[in-house]
Design a protein around this ligand. Structure first.
Ligand code: ADE
Ligand code: ZN
Length: 339
């Protein structure tokens, strides 16, 4: 892979940015998995950190999800969720991430008997500490697991009701193909009636029709991934017209074999088409890097320059769920940084 000019690399790393597509369970590094397994007396299928890392060779989304759900089995107590999230926030701050919107998968935990309250308590205390000590602001987006049924999603929404002030929106993740957005139309409608925002994974491995479905059936305000959109010119036109952001995750797409090589990723084409694309890390502990590594390697592979860097940083704040006033402040900061 070609390498970047060191000054440009520093410029990319120092850019103020927001991260909008990070599964907090996907930030669980193997070392922390082992530490929490020990702390909680959970048996793991792997003898060592190295052996676990060796298993991170994925062929598609499902092959990753199987290991990702196994990794999450060490999370039992509020303190575990706190430690996981705070470790992410420290890495985010190091990458000049000013604001992060975190996905979390309550069903992965409540189905193992972990109380919803423990998940929320741990995440909330980490958020408060990150704001106070690192200056990183954050929001929580509760994802429904799409391989499970609508009733299970409704039960999860019910459990979230005491925490509506702490959760900004709902999302849809897990096994995409065979689980179209329409399956969750009613629960998303109920969530929106409660004042929650809506986003959805669509067009990661699934067809463009799933992106249409996320917009039409779920009223998704952002599309997570969306890289399959280029196969449907009418969809691209719609996404541009409606300025629907795409939270693109380059390392994820390579590790899960959506694209063979980073040099073949379509991020440059998405930007060229006028789409509001952003760069994100998805599940950084599993995919080989956090925000800045995604930026640096993707820019090197695709030969992107300063204009793309500024656009991506601006898009990350524009696409976020922060107030218009805060957006204006960050956009000013990006403008000054790029001047
Ligand atoms: N859960 C965690 N990462 C995911 C991804 N990339 N796609 C769908 N579900 C996920
Ligand atoms: Zn994702």
């Amino acid at each position: 892979m070609s390498s970047l000019d060191p000054a440009f690399e520093r410029f990319l790393c120092g850019l103020p940015k927001a991260e909008l597509h990070i599964h907090i369970e996907g930030s669980l590094e193997p070392e922390l998995i082992f530490a929490l397994a020990e702390r909680n007396g959970v048996a793991l299928d792997y003898p060592s950190v190295e052996a676990l890392r060796q298993a991170y060779a994925f062929t598609n989304l499902q092959s990753f999800l199987d290991i990702y759900y196994a990794g999450a089995s060490v999370l039992l107590k509020a303190a575990d969720f706190h430690d996981m999230a705070y470790a992410y926030f420290q890495r985010a701050q190091a990458d000049n991430v000013r604001h992060a919107e975190l996905f979390f998968d309550p069903q992965t935990h409540t189905d193992r008997g972990v109380p919803f309250a423990a998940v929320m308590e741990g995440l909330k205390s980490a958020q408060a500490k990150a704001q106070a000590e690192l200056g990183v602001s954050s929001e929580l987006i509760m994802c429904f697991l799409r391989h499970l049924d609508e009733d299970a999603a409704f039960a999860t929404l019910e459990q979230a009701k005491p925490y509506l002030d702490d959760i900004i929106g709902v999302g849809l993740d897990s096994s995409e193909v065979g689980n179209p957005p329409e399956k969750f139309a009613r629960v998303f409608s109920a969530a929106r009636e409660l004042g929650l925002r809506a986003v959805a994974h669509a067009g990661e491995e699934g067809p463009p029709s799933y992106i249409h479905g996320a917009l039409d059936a779920l009223s998704a305000e952002r599309i997570d991934h969306g890289v399959q959109s280029l196969a449907d010119p009418a969809l691209v036109e719609r996404l541009v017209r409606e300025q629907i952001p795409l939270t693109v995750c380059p390392f994820s797409n390579i590790k899960l074999c959506v694209f063979e090589r980073l040099q073949g990723h379509n991020l440059g084409q998405l930007l060229e088409a006028g789409l509001v694309a952003t760069i994100n890390s998805d599940d950084p502990a599993y995919f080989g890097g956090y925000m800045n590594q995604n930026f640096v390697d993707t820019f090197a592979a695709l030969g992107l320059g300063r204009d793309a860097a500024r656009t991506l940083a601006e898009n990350s704040f524009k696409a976020s769920f922060i107030s218009a006033e805060r957006k204006a402040g960050y956009l000013q900061e990006v403008a000054e940084y790029c001047a």
